[in-house]
Design a protein around this ligand. Sequence first.
Ligand code: ATP
Ligand code: MG
Length: 347
Amino acid sequence: MNFKVGITYNLRKDFPQQKDQPIDSFEEFDSEETIDAIRDVLESDGHKVFKLGGGTGLIDRLRTTPVDIVFNIAEGIGGRNREAHIPALLEFLNIPYTGSDPLTLSLTLDKAMAKKLVRSDGIPTPGFKKVERMEDLHGIDLRYPLFVKLCYEGSSKGVRLDSKISEPAALREKVGWLLETYGSPLLVEEFVSGPEFTVGILGNSNPTVLGVMQIEIKGSPPDEAIYSLEVKREWEERVRYHCPPPIPADRLKRIEEVALRVYRTLECRDVSRVDIRIGRDGVPYFLEVNPLPGLSPVYGDLPIMAGRMGWEYSRLVKTVFHHALKRYGMAGTSRNDCYAGAQNRAE
Ligand SMILES: Nc1ncnc2c1ncn2[C@@H]1O[C@H](COP(=O)(O)OP(=O)(O)OP(=O)(O)O)[C@@H](O)[C@H]1O
Ligand SMILES: [Mg+2]
């Protein structure tokens, strides 16, 4: 069962920082080390690996380099469907790939859309309003403190230590700055003031929790702690990860249940990371889900969590890959059968 595996990704180094761009414009993109780490794991498993990248040249590369399956970690470029672009192309070419499908990737990237769906399934998530212009703040019916972030971004892009807002003047100032610096839309959300957790989930028909990791920001009480851009960039000094977290078993179970419900509601596949914060009422509130969680073996939350749960990095990557193979019914096929299939598809 050895396959030709392509890896699709976007590298930070391909997007040199321009003077007029926000400092975190390319925060979501990957480093070459991460791609190499994934390649090494797949190669050590006997597969032939092709680093395919993620720009428009990929369209030609997929035709000249027929692969059996793609390990996709491309965050994509531009707009709320950007994470869906490559999976949609792969579906068009009938090439299997790891991770969620285009619909889930778009729905989860748009935090307001994800919250609407999750809420309609009865899963607790903070009250919110999507804000596209200053006028949208008129008559906003949310309880302070509030939190303001970008609606379609990840890696805490646009999230700063002062993103928690306690009164209307500060809200106008923050919204004005975000609209001017990053553009519309924004998400204004009620601030959830208890401890923060991120939950790793793997699998498909019967998804399971890999781990629950509490994120403690050193020196900040939970009601002030924000896992902001500044904190994520200096995580080694500023964050203490607890995995498994030192909390009562029933609270842990409730967090896991919320995360699994989110995973099912949004029809995630193979892998995802769900961010949750506990409210003053003790309820775990859904913040957002990442169906393309960062896989850096050094600073990715999911690999850190896996490590704390006793999993080697290679086991994490192989498990994600295996879930995808199984989903496509490829887990038991021979390389030649599969390769022939891929060639047929490319024609
Ligand atoms: N409603 C909220 N209440 C309290 N804190 C919040 C809220 N929304 C976001 N945060 C804080 O801001 C951080 C970043 O927000 P969020 O996870 O939504 O953004 P992200 O940039 O998509 O993150 P990721 O890096 O996981 O992709 C959270 O980890 C949390 O600390
Ligand atoms: Mg997050």
